[in-house]
Design a protein around this ligand. Structure first.
Ligand code: GAL
Length: 660
């Protein structure tokens, strides 16, 4: 809407960190609702998400409406002073829809229909689905737009579906016409001269369904772009409806962390509030780092405070083995999210179900009820959040290092015919973030075409396909005095996934001081390559440097003996393998120090993480044995009300939120 000033998360928080979760009262009798309110109030819950999967309840037959139960709940929440994030229920259409309209059901790559009986069984390209989704959204907006409990809209839930159906194929052809204009351009972009794949008529083009042998990578890449765009159309259609009714209220949809199917940079531009669902495995020794990565990425997409829409208070039930969170871990990981910019700490879900597919998934109120450890810890967390809310909400944090990530580069590189299926894009990204995280360095994420001004160091774990604009951006960053470090398989292809002459863009080769990239030498899963400083994993390269570049580490022994493993050309560094974790931390810490980027706090004991948010310093202890942290001067801990003069001791999973 022209002139529309976009609302923000601050319009919903009004100075209180949002604390609560998905609330599915339709699974419970009405007396439980009153018990829920009592427990919510006791725990400091101030926000619930209603209606995420309520479509069949709201529209039990085509066009019917049953709002009475939701009216009661909205009123109940208002009386209790619990804000409502109202969801459109469009992630799980009622059974009647698929039964009456088979075109609303998605089809998998083998042509099999995905039936109702689970969830997310909607075809993003189905006009029928979209019509029903718009109608229920209109009616929800009309009925509840003025309700005083309403604080925010939540559209759908974790958009994540693919569709290879006939209706998706028709939309795919429209999308391709829009992108390429004519078939000649499409044939050129997809390189259809290879294997007799030239298209002579638009009608010949289908979604990349199951094929005898490797599919055309251009077609597959465009199908991924198309899928992200179609889902985004579904989102914006519903968003525009609620926005018309309530222009003053923010709208969001929840991302899955680092989900492959959505270009989340593009999506974030369409959201008033960026929100994410985060479920690190409590048994994963790197669970905290996984959380930190997702939090850094989400904050960067939001360019400010963001919403932790879902996490688990205890176990999930979708891993092979599902472990509970040990005492204190839920609090620690929640405060870690706040440290990294979250102004909302929410859960799936409020009360653990007794039936249905997720009855063994934890909730804020577990099967053990009020006396259960889970709820008791939730209560404690609610009190902690109340103590820090006023000084935390709305504040930003700055990082000196930007990690570049781009979904299109990921999609392009993830092709069937790549040289090594051991190279997994998110795993490479995690390894780079881990090295920086373990070195105590704060990181933002950025898109390769974003403005990089102000970052001392730009880190490129892997940008297989890279646009000319992005290359210009990287060169400009270095020419302006910034430092850059890139990993292998960067700059290989253009935006159409056409390999750039020389196997890496010539300007990038010049920047890094690479004269010739002779061959890529991928490594097997358990294979290591020696260098004179460390051992490399996953990948190695047969490179020849230019005269200006210095070899910071060289391969040792075997075929690549003496050739550069790490190259430096002024402020630009190139790392042609993935060093083992300790060595990688040391290397990136050195590169960061050289670039003038400082750790958040020097001299931290192992396992302690320091994060700055605004004026506040968060100390997060990821271990179980007490540790003492030396402080740069006296600090006041908002959680305990204690002033520490020069050091603070943190117990098991301990946290301090310190104001200087
Ligand atoms: C999310 C989803 C929730 C719930 C949760 C369980 O993916 O949005 O509805 O299923 O996972 O972990």
């Amino acid at each position: 809407m022209p002139g529309h000033k976009r609302p923000t998360l601050g319009d919903a928080t009004r100075g209180r960190i949002l604390f609560g979760g998905d609330y599915n009262p339709e699974q419970w009798p009405e007396e439980t609702w009153h018990e829920d309110v009592r427990l919510m109030k006791a725990a400091g819950v101030n926000s619930v998400t209603l209606g995420v999967f309520s479509w069949a309840k709201l529209e039990p037959a085509p066009g019917a409406r049953e709002f009475g139960w939701l009216d009661t709940l909205m009123d109940l929440m208002h009386t209790a002073d619990v804000g409502v994030v109202l969801a459109t229920p469009t992630a799980s259409p009622p059974p009647w829809m698929g039964h009456l309209h088979p075109d609303t059901l998605p089809v998998d790559r083998d042509g099999r229909t995905e039936w109702w009986g689970g969830r997310q069984h909607f075809s993003h390209s189905s006009a029928t689905y979209r019509r029903y989704a718009a109608a229920i959204t209109e009616d929800l907006a009309a009925r509840y737009g003025d309700h005083p409990a309403l604080t925010m809209w939540h559209i759908n839930n974790e958009y994540c579906t693919y569709d290879w159906s006939e209706q998706a194929a028709a939309r795919f052809r429209d999308w391709l016409r829009e992108r390429y204009g004519d078939l000649a351009a499409l044939n050129e972009a997809w390189g259809t001269a290879f294997w007799s794949q030239g298209y002579g008529d638009w009608a010949e083009i289908h979604t990349p369904r199951h094929a005898h042998y490797m599919k055309n990578p251009g077609q597959v890449l465009d199908f991924k772009r198309f899928t992200s765009d179609m889902l985004l159309e579904c989102y914006t259609a519903e968003r525009d409806i609620v926005r018309r009714a309530t222009p003053h209220l923010p709208v969001t949809t929840n991302f899955m962390p680092l989900w492959v199917g959505q270009d989340a940079w593009r999506w974030a531009e369409e959201e008033d509030v960026v929100s994410v669902d985060l479920y690190p495995d409590p048994r994963d020794p790197l669970g905290a780092q996984h959380g930190a990565l997702v939090q850094d990425l989400t904050r960067s997409q939001a360019r400010g405070p963001w919403m932790l829409m879902e996490q688990a208070a205890g176990p999930v039930n979708w891993r092979g083995v599902n472990h509970p969170k040990p005492h204190g871990l839920n609090r620690l990981w929640s405060l870690q999210a706040v440290a990294r910019g979250a102004d909302a700490v929410c859960y799936f879900q409020w009360r653990q179900s007794r039936q249905g597919a997720e009855k063994f998934h934890s909730a804020m109120v577990s099967h053990a009820g009020e006396e259960g450890r889970t709820y008791q810890e939730i209560k404690r967390l609610g009190a902690d959040l109340a103590r820090i809310s006023a000084e935390v909400t709305g504040s930003h944090s700055a990082a000196e290092i930007a990690i570049l990530h781009d979904w299109h580069a990921w999609w392009a590189g993830d092709q069937e015919g790549r040289l090594s299926h051991e190279v997994d894009h998110p795993a490479v990204l995690r390894a780079w973030h881990r090295a920086l995280w373990e070195a105590g360095l704060a990181t933002d994420f950025a898109h390769p075409e974003h403005d990089l001004t102000g970052y001392k160091l730009v880190v490129v774990p892997q940008l297989y396909a890279v646009t000319d604009t992005a290359i210009d951006n990287l060169l400009a960053h270095v020419h302006a005095g910034g430092a850059l470090v890139a990993g292998f398989l960067t700059g290989v292809a253009d935006a159409d996934d056409r390999v750039r002459p020389g196997g890496m863009d010539a300007r990038l080769r010049e920047l890094f001081g690479i004269r010739t990239l002779h061959e890529w030498w991928p490594l097997d899963a358990d294979e290591r390559v020696e260098t004179d400083g460390f051992r490399g994993t996953l990948w190695s390269e047969e490179l020849e440097q230019t005269g200006d570049a210095t070899v910071e580490a060289a391969y040792k022994g075997a075929e690549l003996d003496g050739l550069p493993a790490v190259l430096r050309n002024g402020r630009a560094w190139y790392v042609s393998t993935l060093p083992e974790p300790d060595a990688f931390r040391t290397l990136l810490a050195r590169i960061a120090a050289d670039a003038g980027a400082r750790p958040v706090l020097d001299g931290l004991p192992p396992g302690v993480e320091a994060v700055r948010r605004g004026e506040l310093l968060f100390l997060l202890h990821h271990g179980r044995d007490p540790v003492t942290v030396r402080l740069p001067g006296a600090h006041h801990d908002l959680l305990t009300g204690t002033t520490f003069t020069d050091e603070v001791t943190l117990g098991r999973y301990g946290v301090a939120v310190l104001r200087p």
